[in-house]
Design a binder for this molecule. Structure first.
Ligand code: DGL
Length: 275
């Protein structure tokens, strides 16, 4: 009876998701598409955006505080929906929760990529923190030594997207400028190693015009989370869902973006975790 009650409560508990800003909404949206019965608690650390420019220690400290908050909110699982935070997450971050599983957005993508291990030339674009960590390269190469991984930091993209410059002359110029970098010349695959980038996936596809297979993490991560919850017998079957969105610094543009993704009237709550 006690065990039954435990699983009943756990299944109904929300999935906690966080990022520095709107990027993680691409993952949150994919998760609610794959798992329409799940409740979501989202935290956007807009006060510290962009994470990609911060030190490893600063990002780890922000992550620990946000994870603590999500655990206090009784989340059954936590998704670090940010490549920059995922790339520097160490024991001190994962240890914040003794029992709540914490997933990053890098491992599910690497797992997919190595499934098709070959002599591919795989490009990776992301923030300075993600690219500087070398994590994609080391994880892919350790499992698939025949692939060639070429990484390029594209630090203007996340702030540009956060400011709403999508599908415009300015964004197309910035994207083209980065992708024309000679180091990416021979790639046949491109990993969008920043959760903001699915918002410009279409523009990147248009730039390559079918020459490069572009991999974005949102759906890959969502399927991974769905499989893990299923394995743990923690899927929610209730049809009444409730999503909550928190930020460390309120912005109208964030609220609009969340509304656009979830097609519902979202009330953004500002909360200061960093006192
Ligand atoms: N969305 C984040 C990522 O995946 C980061 C953007 C930033 O804050 O620099 O890396």
């Amino acid at each position: 009876m006690v065990l039954f009650l435990y699983f009943y409560i756990m299944k109904n508990s929300p999935i906690g998701i966080f990022d520095s800003g709107i990027g993680g909404l691409t993952v949150a949206h994919a998760i609610t598409n794959a798992l329409p019965n799940e409740n979501i608690i989202y935290f956007g650390d807009t006060k510290h955006l962009p994470y990609g420019e911060k030190s490893k220690e600063a990002i780890q400290s922000f992550s620990r505080k946000i994870i603590k908050f999500l655990i206090e909110k009784k989340c059954k699982t936590i998704v670090i929906a940010c490549n920059s935070a995922s790339s520097v997450a160490d024991e001190s971050v994962y240890r914040v929760s003794a029992s709540t599983p914490i997933y990053n957005v890098i491992d599910p993508v690497v797992k997919e990529v190595i499934k098709i291990c070959s002599d591919y030339n795989i490009g990776v674009i992301g923030t300075k923190a993600t690219i500087g960590s070398g994590i994609y390269e080391s994880k892919i190469k350790s499992k698939c030594s025949t692939s060639n991984v070429i990484s390029l930091a594209t630090p203007l993209l996340a702030p540009m997207i956060e400011e709403g410059f999508i599908n415009e002359k300015i964004s197309n110029t910035v994207i083209a400028n980065y992708l024309a970098n000679p180091v990416l010349k021979n790639i046949d695959h491109l990993i969008l190693a920043c959760t903001h980038y699915p918002l410009i996936h279409k523009e990147i596809d248009e730039y390559y015009n079918g020459r490069v297979f572009v991999i974005d993490s949102a759906n890959i991560v969502a399927i991974h989370i769905a499989n893990e919850l299923k394995k743990e017998n923690l899927l929610n079957y209730s049809t009444k869902t409730e999503h909550h969105f928190y930020v460390s610094n309120y912005t109208k543009s964030f609220e609009k973006c969340a509304q656009f993704f979830f097609q519902e009237n979202i009330k953004l709550e500002e909360i200061n975790l960093f006192v």
